[in-house]
Write a protein that binds this ligand. Structure first.
Ligand SMILES: Cc1cc2nc3c(=O)[nH]c(=O)nc-3n(C[C@H](O)[C@H](O)[C@H](O)COP(=O)(O)OP(=O)(O)OC[C@H]3O[C@@H](n4cnc5c(N)ncnc54)[C@H](O)[C@@H]3O)c2cc1C
Length: 391
């Protein structure tokens, strides 16, 4: 049986950040990363943006380190291998390759899996989701061969895909269930402004629309909506959410309904076992509640803290939740807690006039902010304001 001091499960940026952090404290301890994908860790955000828009990126253009770095750091990366079972009592993880690995410290950073619509025609060719480089390659190929696309989902990935495909010159119809775009983050008023921007760019918006089926003979040709109408579709791109990839911990004490619970040090209830990134349901000390987020910044921050603690440190993750998105010419940044809808919004700048910050208040307390096209120091300052407002 293989043995390693640090076993990092997952080949994403949470795992990589943990490896970097471990190496800052422990130059020699054996580190093994195990990843289901064959690629060494890469940034996913460009997959729905620059990768589609430019069309000629190589995966190496957006990975964080090249192969040589892993060699220099003495980090063993096992790509194309899935961890299939954990035995917490004996500190062992079984791998799809048939072997098992014994660890001293374990990180579970398995990320999230896309939610797939379970409707008739779901398996037709031309129905696409996006999480990985091969997914993006398939979308890129489809976009080059088509004049139009139906995008499903009015959140992060759906909006970004609609923006990218429209910029590529495709006829884009965006279908979403909610009555306004990005309903988890935007007030109806700000959302209406964004919808206007999408319409101005030529995107057809279909709110309050639910997909009932995909129609076609082998290959998708139309999207049937619950309303009874049908949209012709050369291909379909869906961004309807993700769920934490927790299969590995099913049947263990770490299993839970919404990710793997940790404290603010990213350690689970099993001593020496940590979780980070999209899969972690972590203790948010700023807002004093358990939270799971699906953002790059948290994945990196969690990984850094978990890695430090795995290597003997005592660090706490205490960041205000933050994420970014690029839609057409607009740079969005979101900070804070969007779980409760604001009862008051203070605007600094007007959406219709250019850059703005919308501060969200709940019962008189600043809880979150939406920043569009604002400078980095302004966004940092808003995060400080949000943090101060909770103490
Ligand atoms: C298209 C797209 C655009 C995005 N854009 C933005 C953005 O603009 N801004 C932003 O803040 N965030 C964005 N995100 C979200 C961000 O990329 C994620 O929050 C981040 O990737 C999470 O990192 P992670 O390491 O936790 O998980 P992941 O990146 O999902 O990595 C987990 C890895 O673990 C592997 N794995 C899973 N189970 C196992 C197992 N049992 N054994 C071995 N390996 C396993 C998976 O295959 C995967 O490679 C985007 C995501 C996508 C998909």
């Amino acid at each position: 049986m293989d043995r390693t001091k640090y076993l990092l499960i997952g080949g994403g940026l949470a795992s990589l950040s943990a490896a970097e952090s471990i190496r800052e404290r422990d130059a020699d301890g054996a580190v093994m990363m195990v990843g289901r994908e064959t690629y060494i860790p890469y940034n996913r955000p460009p997959l729905s943006k620059g990768y589609l828009l430019d069309g000629d990126w190589e995966p190496s253009d957006f990975r964080r380190h090249d192969d040589e770095w892993y060699e220099q750091q003495n980090i063993a990366f096992r790509g194309g291998v899935t961890a299939t079972a954990i035995d917490i009592e004996s500190s062992e993880v079984a791998m799809s390759s048939g072997d098992s690995v014994r660890y001293e410290r374990l990180l579970i950073a398995t990320g999230a899996d896309v939610i797939r619509l379970n409707v008739p025609g779901a398996d037709l060719e031309g129905v696409h989701y996006l999480r990985t480089i091969p997914d993006a390659d398939a979308l890129l190929g489809a976009s080059k061969a088509a004049e139009g696309v139906v995008v499903v989902g009015g959140g992060f990935v759906g909006l970004e895909l609609a923006s990218s495909f429209r910029q590529l010159g495709l006829d884009v119809t965006l279908v979403y269930m909610e009555d306004h775009l990005w309903s988890t983050l935007l007030t109806p008023q700000i959302s209406e402004w964004l919808a206007g921007h999408y319409r101005d760019q030529g995107v057809h918006l279909l709110p309050e629309s639910q997909v009932a089926a995909f129609r076609g003979d082998g290959r998708v040709g139309a999207v049937a909506l619950a309303s009874g109408s049908e949209l012709p579709a050369e291909f379909v791109a869906l961004g309807v959410g993700v769920r934490p990839a927790t299969q590995l911990v099913d049947g263990t004490v770490l299993a839970g309904p919404n990710g793997i619970a940790t404290n603010s040090r990213l350690e689970t209830e099993a001593p020496g076992v940590y979780a980070a990134g999209d899969v972690a349901l972590y203790e948010d000390v700023v807002f004093e509640k358990r939270r799971r987020v699906e953002y790059l910044g948290a994945a990196r921050g969690h990984g850094t803290v978990a890695g430090a603690n795995m290597a003997g440190g005592d660090e706490e993750y205490a960041e205000v939740p933050y994420c970014f998105s690029d839609l057409f010419d607009l740079e969005f940044e979101f900070a804070g807690d969007f779980d409760v809808a604001p009862d008051h919004v203070a605007l600094d700048g007007q959406p219709s006039d250019g850059p703005f910050i919308a501060r969200y208040f709940v019962a008189g307390r600043l809880t979150a902010a939406v920043c569009v096209d604002r400078e980095e120091d302004e966004v940092d300052a808003v995060q400080d304001e949000i943090r101060a407002a909770q103490s």
